[in-house]
Design a binder for this molecule. Sequence first.
Ligand SMILES: [Zn+2]
Ligand SMILES: [Zn+2]
Length: 153
Amino acid sequence: MLSQINGLARHFTEDTLRAYLLSRSTRTDNGCLVARGYGRQRGVYQKLAGRAWAHIAAYVVFVGDYDPTLEVHHDCGVPDCIEPTHLRQLSHADNCRERRQPPVCRNGHERETEPSTGRYRRICRACNREAQKRWRERQAAEVAAARATYGPA
Ligand SMILES: [Zn+2]
Ligand SMILES: [Zn+2]
């Protein structure tokens, strides 16, 4: 629904907004559709069509089912991209988490890539393995301590 796009100039229909967005954007080699807003700065979120955010307008007319309580996240990491297949809705917290995906986990293990999404796997298997090992060692120590206290059965 166009009324969900804050700041959108009133004369647009879904069709004319689609045509407008395409006329103001350029396809790049990595598949992004980069929108050109009013400002001179590139590589940042773009405003156009009145005072509307380009990526939100694109989500509404190219993807649909826009939920204004969620943010529009760029899977490609390019803020001025409006390619519909690069846009995804996430909660604010998830969006913050997704935006900075360091190539290593907080314990310095190299991150694995999830084949289905092409993004880093959120769970680190090396950390997981180590946590399980620590847990088993703790269990074994507790059993040993219990045996020492109560003597051999
Ligand atoms: Zn993109
Ligand atoms: Zn790790």
